[in-house]
Structure formats: structure tokens, C-alpha cells
Design a protein around this ligand. Sequence first.
Ligand code: K7E
Ligand code: CUA
Length: 661
Amino acid sequence: MKKRVSRWTAAALGAAVAGLIALQSCGGPGAGAGADVSAVAQDRGLSEQDVLAAVKTYQPTGQQDEYVMFGSGGHSGQVLVIGVPSMRLLKVIAAFTPEPWQGFGYGSEEHAAIFERGRMEDHEITWGDTHHPALSETDGDYDGEFLFINDKANPRIAVIDLRDFETKQIVTDPNMGTNHGSAFVTPNTEYVIEGAQYSVPLWEDYADVDEYQDVYRGLVTLWAFDREAGRIDEDASFSIELPPYWHDLADAGKGPSAGWAFLNSFNTEMATGGIEDGNPPFEAGASANDMDYLHVINWERAAEVAANDANVRMARGMRVIPLETAIDEGLVFFVPEPKSPHGADVSPDGSKLVVSGKLDPHATVYSWAMIEEAIEAENFSGTDDYGVPIIAYDDAVEGQLELGLGPLHTQFDDQGNAYTSLFIESAVAKWSLEPLELIEKINVHYNVGHLAAAEGDTRSPDGRYLVSLNKWSIDRFNDVGPLLPQNFQLIDIAGDPMQLLYDMPIGIGEPHYAQIIAADKLQAMRTYPEIGTDPATMEVSENAVRPGQERTERRGNEVHVFMSAVRSHFTPEYIRVRQGEEVVIHITNVEQAHDATHGFGISKYNINLSLEPGETQTIRFTADRAGVFPYYCTEFCSALHLEMTGYLLVQPRNFQASLQD
Ligand code: K7E
Ligand code: CUA
């Protein structure tokens, strides 16, 4: 993704803004306020910088954004799709949480199958804590085909197809307590990396925390992605057993470090909390040491090792490379990293890794060449308690730069600069990788976690825009009660100094991370390609109907209805069943017009579908409640939308009249 030629040169824009402001002094308030830009700016108390920010972000109606940002929706379990630079919310993708607008989890069999696979410990889970979205990559560049996102709370990964922006798959990791260092993809999306966070027993089902060091284990899973199928291949996926440290953010190497993955850890103290038993509380015990271990993992070689059944042990149905094997095969190495690190970010050229953590004011820059050399020369300073070789800090670190208070996550631009969030300071630090120098800081509001830069995780970032994903908003917006929105702040990083352009409140869960892709890389469908497409397979469903083929069939205790939806009509208009019968409705939206979506809601049965043009879905339910239930289209699709309706007639068990088929 390379630079585009802007329609305005910087000088012309500057002149225009200066002109607007100059006009203020002669025009004055009242001189055509409402029609005159300078008068409006003056009337609203806008500075020249404000007007410039507005000009940089405003999209006239009908004009599309140059970038699209995919942001996590935190514990809403969803994904936000936002246009950049306008910061207009384009879509909320249901990932782990049922969502009625998309009809996700409200009756469709296709979605029920996804949720079924997402069950954990035989329980239905209807929320997720999404942290890190990862766009699929080809050769280290976003390719716009798929998006992955983790659920930290219930260790799962969702796969979203960016042809229709729908969740197609949820996989569960049976061996993790929670995941956090996920989802991160390898340079050709061979694998989706999932790092666990809080360790739990691995080879045994239960052990008290007394046995923490012996029985609890850390874990990283490499989910194999089958791009052709558009799904994670669970059978080809594997995990690597790790010591019971707590694992944090991860990243995949690229360029010279391709084939490797990096994982932060904390609580290498193996603190087990228990203040009630007179122990140090978790937050003190888990941050006592000056150093934790950066995990350097050879995933490419691990995949070869895992391919041999003799090298893996099964744990709850997953293939796991035991730690001992991982050490023997040279899959895992440690490098000390300062005190409870959080962010781990590989530079665009893959030669460096930036690590920073809440309790140390520096960014620590590791050199891949130095790490590789130490591994090849087997130059280790010793091992940890579990036998993992440790590379000495000085043999791996090329430098440190003091940035400020609470550095967390780092992004990169196209000029060799890095941008690191400063959580405690509520600021973003811009610094150069070579030489290691702080360039400037900009304040953000407030308590920034991650940053997202345009194409920021690729081998060729675009620079231009940076979004600060802030945890607190305090006084930025109108009061909406004690639960406040979080705040996405758009920053112009095209020149010095950085300029804050726009505040976007996020009215659902806490955004953790986001990725920004050039809009022209996305190839979203405008309608499903053929009438009757099943979004689960992207092929024409055997249950699809064409106009004129609508019908009702009784198959034993099941009533199958083959229904069409078109402006402004459902066929059939009556569904007559007996109480207790199993009702299966296959609905096809037979339209091919762009944006001609219909909904299908049945009253009191908790059913609602969204049927995009060309889509077929199936609903299955037991008609356990007798009575008359209107169904209707839940999208205002046409002038006769209110008439787009029908009746589900559920004849009571004791009803005498004979039922017409
Ligand atoms: Cu820093 Cu989950 Cu990436 Cu939140 S994490 S910020
Ligand atoms: Cu179809 Cu309203």
C-alpha cells in the first residue's frame, strides 16, 4: 500500500485554512453566519487547528474513506468496523455474542452450528472478551481476505470472512484458562498464534494452587489456517507446553525473523496469590522480579516436530508438544525482559522487536540478528527452572530508550519511526528506531492502551494516521451516566508535529487493539453471488428456493417450509403446524439488488434473521407454544414493508379441526 496523491497539496490546504481564518476578521459574526465558513468557525469558537482537523477528517456525503479500521469490541464480544479518517462507524460484526441486527444467534441453523462449536465445558457461552484483531497476511502484508480475533475470557478464536464480513468459525482451546497473546498471524497466515494468559493445570484436570509449579502450565497454540477452506484446520493445529508463567502479547517475526514467534511473559515469579493465607497479593507477588522472560519460539520447526505423532501428547483432544521435547528440539528460548512487560511488536523489516511494560519507562529494542547468533552459537547464560535455555540480556538487546510513564504498545510508520502508547502519562511518544531518539510526544485523553497505525503491522506501513485507543474518556463527551464510553482518537502522523484530529466515542465494550487496512484491499461482496447462497459454505444451498418453488413439506414430525423473501412479500404467508411439531423454515432472499436486505422475525419465539440479497438460511425450532404468531420483515425494505408479513399458526394439541397441509 503506497501513498496516494492527495487532491490538495499541503500548501494549498494551508493557504485555504489561513484564508478561512483571515476571513474571520473581516466577516465577523452575523455577517452571513451559517453560510460563511469563517463566520461559523468564529461563532463556534474554532481555532485554525480545529478547522484544519475538520478539513482533514470530513468526508462529504457519498465519499468513502481511504482506510478501514477493524477494532475489537472488548467484552461486547464484537468487532467494530470504522472508516478512517472520518471515524464513521460502518459496522459492528457479531463474533462471540449473539446479535439481532445480523440475526446472529437468533434462530439460524448456520449460526447455531458456530455457537455449538464455541461451547466450552459443555456450556453455551454467549459473550467474549475480544482483544486483538488480526487481518490475514500474504508475504507480511494485509491481504484483506480474513480477520481473526480472540476471546480472552473463554480461550477461543473467531474467523471472519471479509467477503461478507461474517463470522464463519469459532474454535475453542480446551487446555487454556484464558488467552491473551492472540490473535496474531504468521506472514502468510499459515498459523494464527494464540498465547494463554493465566496458567492452569495442563495434563491433569484439577490441582490445587499448592501444586502450581508442578502441575500448572503455560501454553501457546498454533492454529493452522486453511485459506482455501477459509477455516482453521483443528486437526492440523498444535500447542507447545510452556512453564507456568503468565503469557502476554505476542507477535510473529517477518523478513529475517520469519518462522519465529515472540511472546512476552510476566509472573515468572510463579506467584499464586492468596493474601487470605498470608501470601503477597497477586499484583505484588507477580511483579517482584526485575526481569521476566521474552519467549522466542521457532514455530516453523515446531510445525515439523508436531507433524510426527511420536513428538506430541494429546491433552483434551489437542496435540501438544511437551516442554521437554520443545527444549530438546530447539523450539523455545528465553531472553530476559524488563519487569512485567506488556507490548511486543516486531519492526516492519523484521529485524527488531520492541518490548515495553507498565513498570519500566523504557522501550527495549531487541535485535533479531543478535538473538539468532546466540541461538546458533548456543551461547546461553543458563536455563530457567524448567530447563529452557536463556540468552543473556546483553547478547540480545541493542538498546533502550526512555519514553515516559507506562509504555505499552508500539506501532510503526513508513519513515523508520515508532509510536509507543504511554498509559500512565496519557500520551503517545514518537521516536526513531535508528538512532534511538525520542522525537516528540502528544497528549491523549486518557489512559491509552494500544495504538493502531495505517497498515501498521505490515512490512510496509503507510504512516499518515494513528489511532489511540483510550481506556478512559472522563470529560470528553456529554455525560451518559457513570458508565462512560471509551475514546478512539485519530492522530495525523504525516508530519511534525503530530496533530490530534478527531475523538470517536465507543459506546460498546472496551476497545483493546485495532488494525487499519487500505480500503482498496478489501473485496467485499455487494450481494451473495448466486440466489440461494448459504453463507456457511458460500455455495448454493440445497434448501434454496427460486420464485415459484415455495412449498411446505411434512417429513414425519417435521414441517419443512421453503420460503422466499422479496420486496414486499414472504411466500408462503401462512405456516400452519401442530403444537409440538418441529418447524424447519428455509428462507431465501431471492433479490439481487444491492442493499435489498430483509429480516425475518417471529413474535415470541426469539427468532430473527437478517437475509442479505441472495442469501439462504434455515431456522429450526419446536412449535411448543400454541397460538397465532405474526412473522414480519424486520428491515424497512420498501414502501410496503409493513405489509411484508405472515402468520405462524400453531394449532393447540387438543384442537379438533383437521389441519390443512
Ligand atoms: Cu494492552 Cu489485551 Cu493488547 Cu488491552 S491489551 S490494551
Ligand atoms: Cu422486507 Cu421489510
